[in-house]
Design a protein around this ligand. Structure first.
Ligand SMILES: Nc1ncnc2c1ncn2[C@@H]1O[C@H](COP(=O)(O)OP(=O)(O)O)[C@@H](O)[C@H]1O
Ligand SMILES: [Mg+2]
Length: 250
């Protein structure tokens, strides 16, 4: 079993769109896949038409979290299950704050699902804190969507510094360009510069595309309603590029 995550400290960069489409392609390629929607806003649950969990996970989040399995829901797609967002993710940081070995618990809990799933995908909220650190520990690889602008470049630098300062493995971070607008010279310039600065950028870019924006309307992965469009091919290519990395990741 491997755990991967879509993470960035920035919101609106394409984490959820990526998590949803990658989960779709992984499942379609035959891997038993579990997508965990860790963002209390519940966007990825929404795209897979899975209702947010209402049943309380208990007072102490983690006591109930051990019973995570109860919250797994089947999606409309073969091989793909989803754990919907829950409001308790909002209290994740304060709950974890009172526990020892706090940032290693998620990793251990997910390990318990290794018989059931080949791949777990974590769709993360744009926060830095115990939840994010739990994700860093639990993930074999962390895919980071980067919109090629100066501000996003800084955000990615900050993430790298955070990893360095806190002794997380920087090679777990795998950036890729998201929402690329090729007609913008700033995008082109930033991409060239960042690919020089960070050697492990994926070669697949996700273009800015209304076909991706429309996921909200269709509430499904892009392949379902725009299968022949370039945006769909981009996610499929991204997935294909991820496969060997995920396989090799420790
Ligand atoms: N490549 C893209 N092109 C155009 N719109 C996109 C693209 N990726 C995501 N979006 C849209 O941008 C918004 C934010 O994307 P989302 O994946 O939810 O970001 P995040 O999870 O990082 O906050 C959503 O409305 C989504 O439909
Ligand atoms: Mg999101």
């Amino acid at each position: 079993m491997r755990v991967i995550s879509c993470y960035s400290m920035k919101g609106g960069v394409g984490k959820t769109a990526t998590a949803v489409n990658i989960a779709y392609w992984a499942a379609k390629s035959g891997l038993k896949t579990l997508l965990i929607d860790m963002d209390p806003q519940g966007a990825s649950s929404f795209y897979f038409r899975v209702k947010p969990t209402k049943k309380s996970w208990g007072k102490r989040f983690f006591e109930a979290y051990k019973a995570l399995v109860q919250h797994i829901k089947a999606s409309d797609y073969e091989n793909l299950d989803v754990i919907p967002a829950h409001l308790s993710f909002r209290n994740f940081d304060s709950t974890l704050g009172s526990l020892t070995k706090r940032t290693d618990r998620l990793r251990k809990i997910l390990k318990g699902l290794s018989k059931e799933y080949k791949l777990i995908i974590l769709d993360c909220p744009p926060t830095i804190g115990y939840l994010a650190e739990s994700v860093f520990n639990a993930s074999n690889l962390i895919f980071v969507p980067v919109i090629p602008t100066t501000l996003s470049e800084r955000t990615f630098e900050q993430l790298n510094s955070f990893f360095k300062q806190n002794d997380y493995l920087r090679k777990k971070l795998v950036p890729f360009f998201s929402m690329v607008q090729y007609q913008k010279s700033l995008h082109k310039k930033t991409m060239t510069k960042m690919q020089g600065d960070y050697k492990n950028f994926l070669s697949t870019h996700i273009p800015f595309s209304t076909d991706i924006e429309n996921m909200g309307e269709h509430r499904s992965p892009v392949d379902i309603y725009a299968g022949k469009r370039p945006a769909n091919k981009a996610y499929f290519d991204l997935w294909k590029e991820m496969i060997p990395l995920i396989r090799r990741a420790k």
